[in-house]
Write a protein that binds this ligand. Structure first.
Ligand code: BJW
Ligand code: ZN
Length: 252
């Protein structure tokens, strides 16, 4: 199938949907200037996962973990949502239900106007007690006045993000799964689909009958399993897709 025919098929499939779920990853924010993880030049080339993104790192050297997240919060100060985020937000004008399930912690979907965003890996803008005394700071102000920030219980605060080996927030993940299994179409945008259990969300949608459309310049771990692959940057493909679907739904 030619790229144009694939695009037409994706647009027709999406235009026939009522409920849409979109799983997003770092690639959707790449065109805003936010680095991805696993690509050349990505964060995992410069930082060691074991030193900044595990519970062991947090317990052993919380300052280093905080420095990593403060660096990322600093980079976000000059970053704006891009046309890919905006197109996903605009889908809400066309469909009964649009849910964004994002692995990103940058908050750009919300800033682009999406109203139902499930952050399965947490948020750069929240912090909570390391010992679980129940204290939370939402939003956690930028910049932190001290790192690691003290907690009122005598412990410290940690970024409210999901590190490797940690459970995803149960309520958020359950909501994401229940939205996925009732979706007619699942979009998978800008993720390498290697990190579980988030990578399984589109597969759960597919098992329940949804058509899965991947948007990514590269093939990924799960491309073969998905139904339609659109190769290219999200900031170009998603606005085109929105325009086409909008037209198709007007004539229908
Ligand atoms: C573009 C683009 C453009 C570029 N347009 N696209 C089952 C099998 C195997 C392993 C496991 C399993 N279940 C659990 C595991 C272990 C582990 C895991 O998945 N490991 C694998 C890596 C092997 N999972 C976990 O540990 C999870 N917890 C868990 O399972 O708990 C249960 C449990 C507990 C205890 C014991 C056992 C089980 C937690 C995972 C937490 C992930 N955390 C991170 C960091 C925190 C957040 C942050 O700092 O930002 O989350 S890691 C990092 O990867 C981050 C991301 O959200 C996540 C996904 O990355 P993403 O978004 O896909 O980015 P990239 O860089 O990989 O890809 C970018 C893509 O964009 C590429 O494809 C580009 O082509 C594309 N692109 N430009 C569109 N313009
Ligand atoms: Zn505390």
């Amino acid at each position: 199938m030619t790229p144009d025919a694939r695009f037409d098929e994706a647009a027709r499939t999406l235009a026939a949907a009522e409920r849409v779920v979109a799983l997003s990853g770092a690639g959707i924010s790449a065109e805003s200037g936010v680095p991805t993880f696993r690509e050349s030049g990505g964060l995992w080339e410069e930082y060691r996962i074991e030193e900044v993104a595990t519970p062991e790192a947090l317990a052993g050297n919380p300052r280093k973990v905080w420095e990593f997240y403060e660096m990322r919060r600093q980079n976000m100060q000059s970053v704006e949502p891009n046309p890919g985020h905006v197109a996903l937000a605009e889908l809400e004008t066309l469909f009964e239900e649009v849910t964004i399930v994002t692995q990103n912690i940058d908050g750009l979907h919300q800033r682009a106007g999406s109203t139902r965003v499930l952050e399965v890996h947490g948020s750069l803008w929240k912090a909570k007690c390391l010992e679980g005394c129940g204290a939370r700071r939402d939003p956690f102000p930028w910049p932190a006045s001290q790192i690691p920030p003290p907690c009122e219980c005598g412990s410290i605060l940690r970024p409210e993000v999901v590190l490797f080996g940690e459970m995803l927030p149960t309520d958020v993940f359950e909501e994401a799964t229940s939205r996925a299994v009732r979706a007619d179409v699942a979009l998978v945008v800008g993720t390498s689909s290697v990190v579980w259990p988030a990578a399984g969300i589109p597969l759960a949608a597919q098992s329940a009958g949804a058509i899965v459309i991947e948007v990514n310049p590269e093939a990924t771990e799960l491309t073969e399993r998905f139904d339609i692959s659109l190769r290219g940057p999200a900031g170009e493909i998603l606005p085109r897709l929105y325009e086409r679907v909008d037209k198709l739904r007007r004539v229908a």
